[in-house]
Write a protein that binds this ligand. Structure first.
Ligand code: URA
Length: 447
């Protein structure tokens, strides 16, 4: 008598060991792991071990596609085809002071292109859009899908997090990666970003892939590899894709920390703010308007974006979005309505010279230490704390000049952050010989 072939029960330990031993996982094994973890059937420690094995061993294209697909199908895929506007989103791979989403979503919506944006929280040393939005009193990033959809109809944009309905697997994996040193894998980053983005019902996506000392992909080569992986994954799913490789060798703008970053975004929408942040917002929005078919070229998209800032339309849309998501729109006119840290500490230059470089990851870590990000999954974020830079790379400094101000609520944390920031800023007798470009490269086939 021959035994009936019964499918073997899924065992997390087998999948962990296979990945450890560099054996390619099947689609079924990856789906099994993702669905069991999403359902709470396997513990964090087993999934942490598997994630670390992926970081160390990598993934094949087939494994990456299976992981993206399993994470995407862990929840609902939105059908926004009833919305007449073209739907375009932007996502960044993460950086320090990287706050463009708060400007871009209302700006692009003000031009008539819908922006359904599902974002993440702070990850490792980088800040997260959801944590920044939650610095606005009352702002709700946990909207049910029906409300998200109705906001897109009335306001043209909405910014929410992964929910129990949309990409729930990413919500759990993202929080676990944040605190287990398992962020820095192009395959995990690709699956995390693309599962959220493919669930949004978008027509096109602009990716901002960061490179430099504050990025997960430090070298331009690694950033280009990640960009190509994500562009290929999106195109396979029928989306129009472009990736901009942009600089993260120093923080973007001057402010780092959740409430502080909201202020800097409002300043940009008022027509002010730091030049690098404005420039990147205009470039990304220009691409979004072009892919959203609101303009014939990216240059026209940039021009239109600049006009929407000057006319006040972008800021008006931001106010409307805040109000519709339950937040206090009064923060736009009065920054004192945002959380504020109790104390300030100046970091002064010990010598005269020029800012030669910044170890940008350490500056992001200093913000996490202050309480602006999480060191453990359960940690609450302090929205008020952060760092305001007064100088950027290339700037001249005199001995005793203030380079940065720490906004803090705990003396002990401020001292640790101060040490890290002091170590991370290099001052030299001469200015740096070369200036890194803000936009390194554009990658995409369907443009
Ligand atoms: N942003 C995401 O959404 N996921 C990552 O893994 C990294 C950046």
């Amino acid at each position: 008598m021959t035994a009936l072939a019964t499918p073997l029960a899924f065992r997390a330990i087998d999948v962990i060991c296979k990945k450890r031993d560099n054996i390619e996982l099947s689609r079924e094994e990856i789906e099994g792991l993702v669905s069991a973890y999403t359902a709470g059937e396997i513990p964090d420690y087993q999934v942490s071990a598997w994630l670390m094995a992926v970081v160390l061993r990598g993934m094949t294209r087939a494994e990456t596609a299976s992981l993206t697909d399993a994470m995407l199908r862990s929840g609902e895929v939105l059908d926004l085809s009833s919305l007449p506007a073209r739907k375009v989103d932007k996502h960044s791979t993460g950086g320090v002071g990287d706050k463009t989403s708060l400007v871009i979503a209302p700006l692009v919506a003000a031009a008539g292109v819908a922006v359904p944006m599902i974002s993440g929280r702070g990850l490792g040393h980088t800040g997260g859009t959801l944590d920044k939005l939650e610095a606005i009193p009352g702002f709700n990033v946990n909207l049910p899908v029906a409300q998200f959809r109705s906001m897109l109809e009335t306001c043209g944009c909405s910014m929410i997090g992964q929910t129990a309905e949309i990409a729930p697997a990413d919500r759990k994996l993202y929080a676990l990666r944040d605190v287990t040193g398992t962020v820095e894998s192009p395959y995990l980053i690709c699956a995390s970003i693309m599962s959220k983005k493919l669930a949004e019902g978008i027509d096109a996506l602009v990716l901002d892939v960061k490179t430099g000392s504050g990025a997960f992909m430090k070298s331009e080569k690694d950033a280009a590899f990640l960009a190509e992986l994500m562009v290929e994954t999106g195109e396979r799913m029928g989306k129009q894709m472009v990736a901009l490789i942009t600089d993260m060798d120093q923080p973007l703008g001057l402010m780092i920390g959740n409430a502080l970053e909201v202020i800097e975004c409002v300043e940009i929408m008022r027509g002010g703010g730091p030049g690098d942040l404005r420039e990147l917002c205009l470039e990304l929005a220009g691409w979004m308007l072009h892919l959203g078919r609101a303009t014939k070229t990216v240059a026209e998209g940039r021009k239109k974006s600049a006009d929407l800032i000057s006319s006040g339309a972008a800021l008006e849309k931001f106010r409307q979005m805040i109000e519709l998501q339950g937040g206090d729109p009064g923060i736009v006119d009065d920054y004192r309505r945002l959380p504020q840290a109790q104390h300030r500490l100046e970091i002064k230059s010990a010598q005269a010279g020029y800012i030669a470089s910044m170890q940008c990851e350490q500056i992001g870590t200093a913000c996490v230490i202050l309480g602006g990000g999480r060191e453990k999954k359960e940690d609450a974020v302090d929205p008020a704390v952060g760092i305001v830079l007064h100088k950027k790379v290339g700037a001249g400094v005199g001995a005793g000049d203030s380079i940065a101000t720490i906004h803090y609520n705990s003396d002990a944390k401020a001292q640790r952050a101060r040490q890290l920031i002091e170590q991370s800023i290099e001052i030299a007798a001469t200015p740096p010989a070369t200036k890194r470009p803000l936009i390194h490269k554009v990658i995409g086939r369907s443009i």
